[in-house]
Design a protein around this ligand. Structure first.
Ligand code: BGC
Length: 245
């Protein structure tokens, strides 16, 4: 079964048809720059373009977005236009495309995909999936079940929000070397570990493509592994979320 998954990031919206039985992309992903400002109307326009790019894929659409999402409605807007607060993402997709949608937090989507098809397969303890991109996204699982909308990227670490110290964007913006940046990530992991005692951290997001540069520098009492689905996790997880509709 093929479903369209969309992952909204700070710099681009990525989408692809996903084989939701195998957890793989059924054809190449497309990418559109995130509109500036990324208002709901501007993003709806991009979603229309994405759907038009895959005329062969029918059915509901999975839409991952970097916000707290409660019952289909965005409640926060940390790195996106504030017009999203209170926006019904499900209705937005329906109006833009005529299709039903599953609207969920982007990190929750990535986590769902990693747990089902990636580095979290078969993991039953407490697993924390983190996406290190424009922000830091978090998804926490216990015995494979998601606790949705955790926002650990905003936890204060050394007087600053974690995502303002240690996201992938901060590494580039502050031209941090891998050691310095990994040191910051370690501080963040230490805080998360002290409070949640996960058995496993799964680290994803764009920067995980550079795992060979920093993976060996990371430390925690919990195991730390690289996300296996890389940057596709958010797309795959969004598509998987449509199965719950
Ligand atoms: C947002 C989260 C999102 C994360 C990763 C944070 O700024 O508050 O909802 O999951 O960025 O995109």
């Amino acid at each position: 079964m093929i479903r369209l998954g969309i992952d909204t990031g700070g710099s681009s919206l990525k989408a692809a048809p996903v084989d939701v039985v195998r957890g793989t992309l059924a054809s190449a992903a497309c990418s559109f720059p995130t509109p500036m400002p990324a208002t709901p109307a501007a993003v709806a326009q991009v979603i229309r373009q994405i759907v038009a790019s895959y005329p062969q894929v029918e059915g509901p659409i999975g839409f991952g977005f970097p916000a707290v999402v409660k019952r289909g409605v965005a409640r926060t807007a940390a790195n996106v236009d504030r017009g999203w607060i209170g926006t019904d993402g499900t209705a937005l997709v329906r109006e833009a495309t005529g299709r039903p949608a599953a609207f969920l937090n982007d990190a929750d989507a990535a986590g769902i995909a990693e747990m089902r098809f990636g580095a979290g397969r078969g993991e039953e303890g407490v697993v924390m999936v983190l996406t290190l991109g424009t922000g830091i996204g978090s998804a926490i699982f216990h015995e494979g079940r998601l606790l949705p909308n955790t926002e650990f990227g905003h936890m204060e670490v050394r007087g600053m929000e974690a995502e303002h110290r240690a996201s992938g964007r901060v590494r580039t913006a502050e031209s941090l070397g891998w050691e310095e940046w990994a040191g910051r990530v370690n501080e963040v992991l230490a805080r998360y570990h002290a409070l949640l005692w996960p058995d496993l951290f799964i680290l994803g997001g764009g920067v995980s493509e550079n795992w060979t540069h920093f993976g060996h520098l990371l430390e925690s009492p919990a195991r730390i592994v690289r996300a296996q689905l890389g940057n596709d996790a958010g797309i795959i997880g969004a598509a998987l979320a449509t199965l719950e509709l």
